[in-house]
Every structure is written in C-alpha cells, then in structure tokens.
Write a protein that binds this ligand. Sequence first.
Ligand code: FAD
Length: 460
Amino acid sequence: MKTIVVIGGGITGLSAMYELQKWKKANGEDVRLVLAEASNQLGGKIRTVTRNGFLMEAGADSIVSRKLEKMPVVEELGLEQEVVYNATGRSYIYTDGELKPIPDDAVFGIPASLESLAKSTLVSAEGKVAALKDLYTTNKIFTKNDSIGAFLEYFLGTELVEKQIAPVLSGVYSGKLSDLTIASTLPYLIDYKEEYGSIIKGLEANKQKFKGGERKFLSFQNGLDTLIHAFEENLVDAEILKNTKVHKIEKENSHYHVYLNNQERIEADYIILSIPHTAAKSLINDPDLKNEFTGLKSSSLVSVYLGFNVPDSILPADGTGFITANTNELCCNACTWTSRKWGHTSKSGNLLVRLFYKSSHPSFASLKNMNKEELLEIARGDIHKSLGIDAEPIASEVTNWTDQMPNYLIIHPQSVEALESKMTADYPGIILAGCSYYGVGIPDCIKNGADSARKLVQMF
Ligand code: FAD
C-alpha cells in the first residue's frame, strides 16, 4: 500500500487532504493518508479565541466573499447557515493627532474622481495640484514589472501617495510601495493609464468593479476556525497526527523517510509540504536549493486585541477602523474596530478593537522583543492617544507572527518557478504548497491545497 503524507495542518494542508480523501473514496484506492501537524491544534494561521464575551481571531479574520463563494467547500462542508458578513463603514487615517476620513470614491486611497481628490482632508492644496499631472501626461516609462510606488508618485505626486495612498496600499500588500511591482498589486492601473490617459479617470470609468462594502468579506458565526473544524470532522479516512512535528525528510531511491518528533518514522511515497517555506527549507536541507529559497521573503506582525466594558457606540458612528500615516505618532500601523465591523465578535455590543504592529514600522525593532504585558501597555497607549479611551480592558489577546507573513517581492514569481523545477527534478513526489508560494488569501490556499492534491494524484 502506498503512503501519502501531508505535512502541515493549516488550511492548505487540510484542503489538500480533503481532496485526497475524495479521490481515494471515488476510486477505491488502497492508500494510506497521513497528516502531520506540529501544533496541538489544526488551522495554522486560522485560530479563534473566545474570552469574556469576545470572539477574537488570532490570525486571519475573514475571507473575501467573492472568491470563497465560487468554491464548493462551504456548501460541501455544510457551513452556509453559519456564514456572517462584515458591516460596512468608513476607514480613517490617523494623522496630525486626529482621525481623518479616507475620502469617498477612493480605491486603496487613490482618488476615483476629481471630486474625491478635491474633497480630501488628508492632502494640501499643493498636493492636489501636483496630482493633476495624471490628467495631462502619458505613460512612456513604466511597465507592469516596475514599482507601484514609483508609478503612482510619478503621475499623482509624492504628497498624495505618502499621505493617502501608501498607508492603505502598504497595509493591504504588506510591504513598501517601492518594493512591490505594479503586476503584483494593481496591474489594471497601467491599462487605465493607457486606455483613459489617466489613472483617476480610469478608476472613475470602472467604479462599479470596486464597489466594496456590502458582503465583501465573510466569516462564521462561531469564528473562522469553524472552517478548520469542518474539514477536520470530514477527514475520517485520514490519520491526523497533532503535536507531531516533522524534523527531517530523507530521500531513498524513489521514496522518502519522514522523521517525526516522537522518534517514529513514516515511509512516504508522496509528500505535500504545506508548511511555511522556511520550515520546508530546513526539512529538505539541500544546499542546492538555497538560492531559490532565498528569493522568498516574509515579514512579521504582532496583533493585539483589547476588549472593553464600554459600548462600541462611543466610536465615530460611521467608522470601522483607522490606518496610521505617520510612524512617529503611534506605534501601531492600523486598528480595526472589530465589534463594529463584525457583530458576532461582541454580542453584547461592547467595544473590541484589534491593533496591528508590522515590521515595516520603525518602533517594531523594540516591540518584537517585548513580552505580552509590555505589548498590552503599548496598545493601551495607542488607544488612549487615538480614540481617547482609558478604560481597563476586560479581555485581550496578543499574537506574535514573527517571520510568518509572506511578502511577494518583485523576484517572487521567478523564485517559485525555479524552486518548482528543481524540486520536480531532484525530489519527485514532493509538492510544495501554501501561502509562501501561491497566494496568501484563504481562498488561494484552499485552491492551492486542492490543486496540489490533484497534481499528486496524476503521479500516482
Ligand atoms: P499555515 O497556516 O502557516 O499552516 C502551516 C501549518 O504547518 C501550521 O499549522 C504549522 O504548525 C505547521 N507546521 C510547520 N512546520 C511543521 C513541521 N515541521 N511539521 C509539522 N507541521 C508543521 N488571509 C485571508 O484570506 N484573510 C485574512 O483576513 C487574513 N488575515 C491574516 C492575518 C494574520 C495575522 C495572518 C498571520 C495571516 C492572515 N491571512 C489572511 C493569511 C492566511 O491566514 C494564511 O495565508 C493562510 O491561513 C495560510 O495557510 P497555510 O496552510 O498555507 O499555512
């Protein structure tokens, strides 16, 4: 009997195993399916914590509805009745000691009409005039492989980019705009520039596509880990080994020895490595793959939740959170008003906020070594300064995601391609999967897990 081992029980590994189990059942295959997960629970970057009446997501907090709704898993796993959607509202930028609204009609902070530019309270009159260059210049310089930061600054001016666009866009794509390509962020902007002669006009003409808000994101009534539990309950034909860290993989002829932390060894014919690339690199431990792995990068993030015994109606009525523009004003990069955005996280209507501390922030160098109590103090300081709240929190959750946030830099696609082709040649039967390579969003990971399983089955 052949053995397939999936290493890593995050959403990618679970999706891979779910697909393998379906294939095994449909074809009556005589195959042993094993999933090894280092932690005592499945889910990886999806982990729900409930405390004192608050529901907090230590990792991912929601899923882009448009992407998940196209996938059969929610229905297959019987989760339709559990789905909840985000409440809509306005985002603010915290700057010069106050919360200023991101203007209406902006896409990632980029004005999608001249009126939106004119009404911005974030940019000076000079900054607005500079942005008009977009209307009368054509693009002869930039291709999709150039930096999105340079492209936007060239046409829309430095001030608009620094004060209104970069705070939003850097947050969404976890990186400096100078390090991110147009292709990996907003490739359509270069097409708009070509077609409409202007980024602003292009966004205006395509406004309907960006209409967000209603039902844009989803989660589940009892938290995102509902999805994890549903996968787990369905995996009846696979051996799920928790608290089982794989510490070495050795190749022998056409199969692999998989060494577990409990001194046991599994003989595997095929492996799906759905773990972060740093962990995959150390398991394979092959100096010949060093260069390819080096092209893959990750950054860090600390997430702090604070729950208060005060109603969340004390916050501005239309808001759902803010982003920090000036790194010298607050230590956090952003703050979500979680109870406002997600009713299921605080059924009493008490205030729950989540602060994000990213490695791109200058104060992160000192924050990353702080203990939980120190981080809570920093978060309380930020909340006091930005929202004027001094109350003692009645619930909190601090999670440190050191080097766990993949950053797809300019060289990312080439690095993945090179790594894939070396793996196929030198390690046939091992497939790399997950957020380090093929997209970080949960729907991307679910798809990639299932695709990896289908690819493996082709080799069987
Ligand atoms: P992981 O979740 O990292 O799973 C890998 C698993 O492998 C882990 O369980 C780990 O314990 C295990 N493992 C590692 N090494 C070994 C080993 N040697 N042996 C055995 N097991 C091992 N995405 C969204 O779509 N929406 C969001 O709102 C969102 N927000 C996010 C917020 C945060 C703070 C973070 C960290 C991520 C967020 N993401 C979000 C991204 C998304 O959560 C991840 O990309 C996705 O969950 C990754 O799944 P994965 O299975 O590929 O990897």
